[in-house]
Design a protein around this ligand. Structure first.
Ligand code: AMP
Length: 299
């Protein structure tokens, strides 16, 4: 069963204390799709310009990602530039050039409309809704977002939240969306906006899953060699939904392990620039790190 993923497909220019990495393959959908591809087939929805390097199309294909829904339009690919401070916790956006994304209104290929697991990776909430409108009978819809949309498209985001099963959101954004400083109270308030499951990402401090069965507190994997955290959140969401879509049994019974799968994939993501570490990964590496995390937290 394929996972449908829509989000940004970008060229990223990243500066970290360890180096400069111009025009890497990036975008929320790229990270999420590569992460989900470890568990099974992925259908990608996005748009790139004619400047998009062929080697990046080849990279998607090597991961077995279905590109029927990836448009190549005359014009420039979405370009994002960011710089990390020495502590790697703070990041500044230097440039966002929308390029062909500005007029993107995807029409889903027929096969994509049958998708059961859908990830609305970070992109304008209006576009996320436009894609969701075209999926016939989704079983589980997970949405991601960012502060930009809380500040510029809150009404669209709220309308979308009424239609999704789960929201992944970082800690500061959860507080802003809920209008409450306590994280657990904020999660309760976000449930009232629609999503049955709320997953709050806390960076190096792990993640909190809140749902009908209560809370699950997931630690982060202890990463010792942090190279570039770009895309860790997208990778987390992609790993989570990829794992869920390919496990027998109910979403409810698999969700905790899916959060751990997302956590582990995000940890690998941070160990290389852009997608470099993720694309050298084997399934066995993921399984091993999941076991290690289990061993580290059992008592
Ligand atoms: P993260 O580190 O998880 O916040 O994700 C970083 C990725 O988000 C980069 O690959 C960027 O290309 C992408 N990105 C940055 N700004 C935006 C935006 N406004 N809309 C969609 N994707 C974005």
């Amino acid at each position: 069963m394929s996972v449908l993923i829509v989000g940004s497909t970008a060229l990223d220019s990243i500066t970290t204390p360890s180096g400069q990495y111009p025009r890497l393959l990036g975008g929320s959908a790229s990270y999420a799709a590569v992460a989900a591809s470890f568990f099974g087939p992925v259908q990608l929805v996005g748009v790139v310009g004619t400047d998009f390097p062929r080697r990046y199309l080849a990279l998607y294909r090597r991961c077995g990602i279905d590109l029927t829904g990836l448009e190549i339009r005359p014009g420039k690919t979405f370009h994002w530039a960011g710089q990390y401070e020495v502590n790697m916790d703070n990041r500044h956006t230097l440039r966002t050039e929308l390029g062909v994304f500005e007029k993107f209104q995807p029409e889903l290929p027929a096969a994509y409309r049958e998708a059961r697991f859908v990830l609305l990776a970070n992109i304008a909430p209006g576009l996320q809704a436009h894609v969701l409108d075209q999926v016939r009978q989704p079983r589980f819809v997970l949405a991601d977002t960012m502060d930009l949309w809380l500040n510029t498209a809150l009404a669209e985001l709220r309308a979308l939240l009424r239609r999704v099963d789960a929201l992944v959101i970082n800690e500061a954004e959860a507080r802003q969306l809920a209008g409450h400083n306590n994280l657990y109270e904020a999660a309760c308030r976000i449930h009232r906006l629609g999503p049955r499951y709320v997953i709050v990402k806390k960076g190096q401090h792990g993640a909190v899953l809140s749902g009908p069965n209560g809370l699950f507190l997931a630690p982060a994997y202890p990463v010792r060699k942090l190279i570039d955290p770009t895309g860790a959140g997208d990778t987390f969401a992609g790993g989570l939904i990829g794992y869920l879509a390919h496990r027998p049994g109910s979403v409810a019974s698999n969700l905790r392990r899916a959060v751990i799968a997302g956590t582990v994939l995000a940890s690998f993501c941070c160990e290389g620039a852009g997608l470099s570490r993720l694309t050298r990964l084997r399934r066995a590496d993921i399984a091993q790190r999941m076991h290690e995390l289990e061993r580290l937290t059992r008592f």
